[in-house]
Write a protein that binds this ligand. Structure first.
Ligand code: ADP
Ligand code: ADP
Ligand code: MG
Length: 634
């Protein structure tokens, strides 16, 4: 067994590897960039080495510095995690040449699978069915165009060196081809330094099914069944599960044997994944599943396989790298229950999944599932790296129970001020179509608005924010919160509420002041309301909604049938926005009051006319003084 290990990665995977190595009594050495000087993986490791500036090419992609750090700290082995240098054959060779143990397959296996076209040719020779398409060396636009037409539209243009869902273009007809090819080439050249492409038939109703492989240096190679990773956005996985729903035993047997054949063709050692694409328009059938690519590393979604097999894949990686044989033979492996994983990402689904960067002032994931996290509360989401913060994995006897458990956990996630996809994950997991069974890779896009935050939930959250801002006393009248500290809480709002049948307040939840009806009896839901500077954040089913309490946006209201606006506190009138008899609409500013060095707007509670006006600009008013009365018209 190894004595020491350097982890050439960051984030959740570095933390996960450190945790396992620790359990095996191995000394762990982290590497980090400037931005990660205090990152969780650095805190968890026994030692940490700074390897450069924040951008990956200056640190996590600097193989030379990483190897030097390993030698300097006396590390015996290097684990590359996934991403970064994990599928770089030259780096693997460099590690070996430096006399260190490489926790991964032979550099030759990495290289054989590194280019999608070469890998597919190799697989064809090994008798593995590959996605129909064009793999030719002739990269002239004319030749590619002719090949695409021969395959039949739609086709998918893929960068041969592509990965992470980048460098891919679907083309629906001949007219689009030239432009799509050019765009794909440009993206491939800048992202991968290689503008060569291959063409594939675009599979309709595609499901992404992959098989986990594991080999050792004693000639053993086993599979650990399949995973279904069809829930994707922009060709990137967000939810993965194992086993694949709707997979019958015969098809599973064929698929897993095929994957093992693929692994044997490259004499695979260590953990690897063979990715297949299935045309699932008519269920999963062996003659409609094709090899797509092989990832010669540990996969992001490996925990679902761990859950259903009981195998710790990182432990196996370390044992195999130490020269031990696989701890288990094929016939010792079986599937138990169902597991499902969700990727929690720092991004805003409502804004095109734009990465969200900043401090994680509030970061809570209920400990009701396995959580593989790269961060804790107080850490940050960095603009330099992948936005994935954590993975959440649920395991249960049935698919239905696993989905339910994961949905419950995702629904309890609270993150602020960084935006996350937790609400989307929760809605995906609760979607009846997903619950019913397999979906294809177009599901997230097709479901579209159905997966967006509903206006019903948003309004319910606004109401909860309003209750958090102004808590009723026993008589049901509006009263300021007295149990919280800070200006926001001690400042009295202009809130006014009689025993009305339709109590409401004005709240700014990001889109300007909105009139929000309060739930009957001011019912609080089981949501967290977190006081933050300038307002309050309400968390509900993974979503976070911020309501402002600063001047001009404070909750101010009245009640139907009572248009009397009184001064909520002693102060000075700084503006009068209406005249006697003027028509006003609900939410319109009537007067502003300066009190306690803050200005607040008092707003019309409903449409009507100004029936009484008790103040002029500059007037000093006492608390409770009548300022304006609005009467309903007619
Ligand atoms: P990457 O290296 O970026 O992971 P893959 O070749 O594995 O690229 O493809 C990523 C995803 O793109 C797949 O999971 C699938 O959703 C989609 N995809 C790939 N090939 C096809 C195809 N021929 N038809 C339809 N969708 C495809
Ligand atoms: P998999 O095929 O294992 O699901 P992907 O094809 O999504 O993985 O590629 C790995 C992804 O992980 C890439 O998008 C890469 O940017 C990202 N990545 C690499 N290293 C890390 C890390 N340490 N933490 C989070 N994400 C990472
Ligand atoms: Mg892939």
């Amino acid at each position: 067994m190894l004595q020491s290990l350097l982890i050439a990665n960051r984030g959740e995977i570095a933390c996960r590897i450190i945790r396992m190595a620790r359990a095996l009594g191995i000394r762990t050495i982290a590497v980090h960039s400037d931005a990660d000087a205090h990152a969780r993986h650095v805190r968890l490791a026994d030692e940490a080495v700074h390897i450069g500036a924040s951008s990956p090419p200056e640190s996590y992609l600097r193989g030379d510095r990483i190897i030097a750090a390993a030698l300097d700290r006396g590390a015996e082995a290097i684990h590359p995690g996934y991403g970064f240098l994990s599928e770089n054959g030259d780096f693997a060779q460099g590690v070996i040449d430096a006399g260190l143990i490489w926790i991964g397959p032979e550099p030759a296996s990495i290289r054989a699978m590194g280019r999608k076209d070469a890998a597919k040719r190799l697989m064809q020779d090994a008798g593995v069915p590959v996605t129909p398409g064009y793999l030719g060396e002739d990269q002239s636009p004319a030749r590619l165009h002719a090949a695409a037409a021969a395959i039949g539209w739609p086709v998918l243009i893929k960068a041969v060196a592509g990965g992470g869902g980048k460098g891919m273009r679907r083309v629906d007809d001949a007219e689009q081809f030239a432009a799509a090819l050019e765009a794909c080439r440009r993206e491939a050249a800048s992202a991968f330094g290689d503008d060569r492409v291959l063409l594939e038939k675009y599979i309709r109703s595609p499901r992404h099914i992959e098989v986990q492989l594991f080999g050792d240096r004693h000639g053993n190679l086993v599979h650990l069944f399949e995973r279904d990773c069809s829930i994707q956005r922009r060709h990137q996985k967000i939810i993965e599960e194992a086993p694949a729903p709707g997979m019958d035993e015969a098809t599973r047997g064929w698929l897993c044997d095929t994957a093992v054949r693929a692994g044997r063709a490259v004499e695979y050692v260590g953990a690897g994944t063979v990715e297949f694409i299935a045309d699932a328009s008519d269920g999963l059938r062996a003659n409609r599943i094709w090899f797509m690519e092989m990832n010669t590393r540990l996969q992001v979604e490996h925990p679902v396989t761990e859950a259903i097999t009981g195998v710790d894949l990182v432990e196996w990686q370390i044992r195999v790298a130490s020269g031990e044989p696989l701890p288990m033979a094929q016939d010792g492996l079986s599937i138990r229950g169902h597991a499902i994983e969700a990727r929690l990402c720092a991004e805003d689904p409502a804004d095109g999944f734009r990465p969200s960067v900043g401090p994680l002032d509030h970061f809570v994931v209920p400990p009701t599932a396995r959580i593989d996290s790269g961060v804790e509360q107080g850490d940050a989401s960095s603009r330099f790296y992948d936005p994935m913060l954590a993975k959440i994995i649920a395991h249960a006897a049935s698919r239905e129970q696993a989905i339910q458990a994961l949905a419950a956990t995702c629904g309890g996630i609270e993150v602020w001020p960084v935006r996350t996809n937790a609400g989307l994950l929760h809605r995906l997991l609760r979607h009846p179509r997903f619950a019913r069974g397999p979906v294809d890779t177009g599901f997230v896009e097709a479901a579209g608005d159905m997966l967006a935050l509903s206006s019903v939930q948003r309004v319910a959250m606004l109401a909860q924010a309003a209750i958090g801002l102004v808590r009723p006393d026993d008589t049901g009248r509006g009263a300021p919160r007295s149990d919280a500290s800070g200006d926001v809480w001690t400042a009295r709002t202009g809130f006014r509420l009689n025993a009305a049948d339709d109590p409401f307040v004005f709240v700014d939840g990001g889109g300007g002041l909105e009139r929000v009806s309060l739930p009957p009896g001011w019912q609080r839901r089981a949501v967290t309301a977190l006081p933050v500077p300038g307002g309050i954040v309400v968390f509900d089913e993974g979503e976070a909604l911020f309501a402002r309490t600063d001047a001009g946006a404070r909750a101010v209201g009245g009640s139907v049938g009572d248009g009397v606006i009184v001064a909520p506190m002693p102060g000075r009138i700084t503006a009068v926005g209406v005249a006697m008899g003027a028509r006003v609409t609900s939410g319109q500013m009537l007067v502003t009051l300066e009190a306690m060095k803050m200005e607040q707007a008092l707003i019309a509670p409903f449409d009507g006319v100004v029936a009484a006006l008790g103040v002029v600009v500059g007037a000093q008013v006492d608390e409770g003084a009548m300022l304006v009365r609005i009467d309903k018209e007619g």
